[in-house]
Design a protein around this ligand. Structure first.
Ligand SMILES: [Mg+2]
Length: 402
């Protein structure tokens, strides 16, 4: 007798998490400069320009992004207007994305401050979606000082709507059986991609609400509005089949710091290299990569940049090895002026076992297990929760400056 086994569909339920940093650019400025905390901060300075970001204190005055600066100045004249530091925002973004990747297997970065994570079937390994979301929020907060809002739902569209539902520091979970109830409370402008001009276009077609869309078949919308119409019909039903697409693997892992003061002090530089080696090593291990080429980057006082690389006989992901190589490269360099930025990058990734040593020496084993222990602690409590003794006094500095 043959038993036909049909898979339990609930096991294959799709669960998508969408993470969105709160008032990202403004929050980075506040994290880097705590005296701005709680104040109305607006990114965008040129009188002819627009607001690129506004802190929540500024939003209370009605200021929002894309608003002309002139108007923002009228609404909130006492706000602090800053020019914005894209380089810094990218740096923090990278740090946050590597935290998410260190925790979750399938991550798609959607913008500088947003990511989708496919957490289907990860309950056993990563805990319930709620536990995972809370621990991501905690690690990001502890590491960067920034808060984020998270939405969890059966697809990308609903997860994105959910993350915007309660901000800042929100967590909104839409269970599959609550989707229709959730959609009933949704306005058209909540649907990502439905902006002001699309709303007007829909208005001219007599469409004001989600039920208005559902009153016609999908083929009608496809005919009238093309792909936008067909997609809109799907969204109005809570349908979105787009998969989470992790970008192809990065080609390198890197960390760098602009120093508090330009320096020639080797002890200080070594401490920065140590903390950078920790970061790069942690990222390599999270990616399951070993690097064969280690590069030291130095930017001098006059902004000239040099890089020095070493290609290894045996690829590594060991923090102590990365640190030692970076130090050797630094010591070999003639320093004729003060350094303003220093960094390490690891590239030329190998995963093949041909490089595995047949006999692992004791030291190698010791370093590997030390790294594993530190990774576990960092995954739980954040990047600066623990450091090797040499760099621990840089902790406060690195939390905001890396
Ligand atoms: Mg955001």
């Amino acid at each position: 007798m043959i038993h036909k086994v049909t898979p339990d569909s609930s096991i294959f339920q799709v669960v998508i998490l969408h993470l969105d940093l709160d008032a990202f650019f403004a929050s980075v400025e506040q994290a880097d400069n705590p005296s701005l905390q709680g104040l109305p901060v607006i990114i965008g300075q040129s009188l002819r320009g627009v607001v690129t970001a506004a802190s929540y204190a500024a939003r209370r005055y009605g200021v929002h992004s894309a608003m002309p600066i002139v108007q923002a100045k009228k609404l909130c004249p006492h706000a602090i207007f800053l020019p914005g530091r894209m380089h810094r925002y990218h740096q923090v973004s990278q740090e946050i994305m590597s935290i998410i990747r260190a925790h979750c297997p399938v991550v798609e970065q959607a913008s500088i401050d947003e990511a989708y994570v496919d957490i289907s079937g990860t309950k056993r390994a990563l805990g319930t979606p709620k536990t995972l979301a809370l621990s991501l929020k905690k690690v990001i907060k502890n590491t960067t000082g920034l808060s984020c809002s998270i939405g969890i739902a059966p697809n990308k569209f609903l997860a994105k709507v959910a993350s915007a539902w309660k901000k800042p520091d929100g967590l909104t979970i839409i269970e599959p059986d609550a989707v229709f109830q959730f959609l009933a409370g949704l306005s058209l402008h909540h649907i990502p991609g439905v902006g002001k001009s699309f709303l007007e276009e829909l208005g001219s077609l007599g469409v004001q609400t989600i039920p208005d869309i559902l009153s016609q078949p999908k083929s009608y919308w496809a005919q009238v509005l093309g792909k936008r119409g067909a997609d809109l019909y799907d969204r109005a039903q809570g349908i979105d089949h787009r998969p989470v697409l992790p970008k192809t693997d990065p080609l390198s892992c890197s960390a760098e710091n602009t120093l508090e003061h330009d320096t020639l002090g080797l002890e200080m530089l070594k401490q920065y290299l140590l903390i950078q080696a920790e970061r790069v090593g942690h990222e390599l291990r999270a990616l399951g990569k070993k690097s064969q080429t280690i590069t030291l980057k130095i930017k001098f006082q006059d902004f000239s940049v040099i890089t020095r690389s070493k290609t290894l006989h045996r690829p590594t992901d060991i923090t102590h090895e990365l640190y030692t190589i970076a130090c050797t490269l630094l010591f070999a360099q003639k320093l004729e002026q003060k350094i303003r930025l220093i960094g390490i990058s690891a590239s030329n990734f190998r995963t093949d076992s041909a490089f595995l040593p047949l006999v692992t020496d004791k030291r190698h084993q010791r370093e590997t297990s030390l790294d594993q222990t530190l990774d576990r602690i960092r995954n739980k409590f954040g990047n600066t929760s623990i450091m090797r003794a040499d760099a621990s006094h840089l902790k406060g500095d690195l939390q905001t400056k890396s």
